[in-house]
Design a protein. Structure first.
Length: 355
């Protein structure tokens, strides 16, 4: 009689995660343990639109307040409304032919809410079946027709307001929170101070310690990012999380092993060291692009002991980690375009400057 051998289930899973079909036969994660996990508002679903930059940065502001003992949940739809109105008016007044878009970068969010204000999530929500393409085309046609007929910017502004009321929903003039009434601008001042958040990047085609506008298509306002060395960038992420501050991450999610359905992201050769030079080469060759943004809320390790960063995504909760994702340390080193984090999380200016 042939003897049967039974492998423990954990061992079977480990062997399956290191099958020959996987790139470079690297061991894929089976489970994760969180070493640090900051508190957050519920995961949201941006749907088919490209508003991840707003969802991620608002989530970062929310977590920063939650970790201080406050509680806020902010509306990305209200940011979208103001961004669309701004573009339509610019198309009219500056006679630009560039298409109206909802794409952007994380640095745009503080700028927009300082300029137009913010709303709580419960006060202004995105319609469930909103068609972004239809709304954008209507706005462009309206702005172009107004310019053709010399309508005047005041009249056009009224018509855009009516259109956005119909396409999204009417916006209230006041925010009520904790028994107080605010204008949207006053509400912004209650949740975020000017220059409270700092934008960082790490590329060798600019000097260290200087601010420069990142050369990516979504940098609509030509916002500037402080350029720091890669090891410093990673240490600032860790420092922020250790001290209970979230980090807003912007980067490339086009890698084959970025898999929302499985809840993790790795490089194809994730055990190889990512250097400043290899990272720059990938950016120069268009292999690292500006695709997506998420909020980093924690540090974790997998069942092999590999380090990961825990991210809150905005694609709904339909994955093994209820909408959260684990990005390997090397993935973040290689594929980060930029980060934004509270200035309070950073060391002093003298400590940050290259020696």
């Amino acid at each position: 009689m042939r003897r049967l051998y039974f492998l423990p289930l954990t061992l079977i899973l480990l062997l399956a995660s290191c099958s020959e079909n996987e790139p470079e036969t690297q061991c894929l994660p089976v489970s994760f343990d969180n070493d640090i996990r900051l508190r957050t508002t519920p995961v949201k679903d941006q749907g088919s639109n490209q508003l991840c930059w707003a969802y991620a940065m608002l989530a970062t502001i929310e977590t920063e307040h939650i970790m201080r003992g406050d509680s806020i949940d902010l509306s990305a739809a209200y940011v979208l409304r103001n961004f669309l109105q701004e573009q339509a008016l610019m198309r009219y007044s500056q006679k630009v032919s560039k298409d109206i878009s909802i794409r952007g970068m994380i640095t745009m969010l503080p700028r927009l809410i300082e300029r137009y204000g913010a709303m709580p999530y419960t006060s202004y929500r995105m319609p469930e079946k909103w068609d972004a393409g239809v709304t954008l085309r209507k706005l462009q046609r309206k702005a172009d027709a107004a310019r053709l007929h010399a309508m005047g910017i005041e009249k056009l502004s009224e018509e855009i307001t009516d259109l956005l009321d119909a396409e999204l929903s009417p916006a209230a003039a006041s925010v009520f929170m904790m028994g107080c009434e605010y204008t949207p601008i006053e509400f912004t001042h209650s949740i975020m101070q000017h220059e409270e958040y700092v934008a960082l990047t790490s590329f060798t085609h600019h000097p260290w310690g200087v601010r420069f506008p990142l050369e990516v298509p979504d940098n609509v306002y030509q916002d500037e990012f402080l350029n720091v060395r890669l090891d410093s960038l990673m240490s600032y992420i860790d420092r922020a999380l250790i001290h209970n501050h979230p980090v807003c991450w912007e980067g490339d999610v086009s890698e084959p092993l970025f898999d929302f359905s499985k809840g993790y992201a790795l490089l194809k050769n994730d055990d190889q060291t990512v250097t400043q030079e290899s990272r720059q080469h990938a950016f120069n060759q268009g292999l690292t692009t500006d695709d997506h943004t998420m909020e980093i809320i924690g540090i974790a390790h997998d069942n092999h002991g590999k380090k990961y960063y825990l991210c809150k995504n905005s694609w709904g909760e339909d994955n093994p980690y209820n909408g959260y994702m684990y990005l390997s340390e090397n993935y973040v080193r290689a594929k980060t375009i930029a980060i934004m984090l509270p200035a309070a999380a950073l060391p002093t200016w003298d400590e940050m400057m290259p020696r």
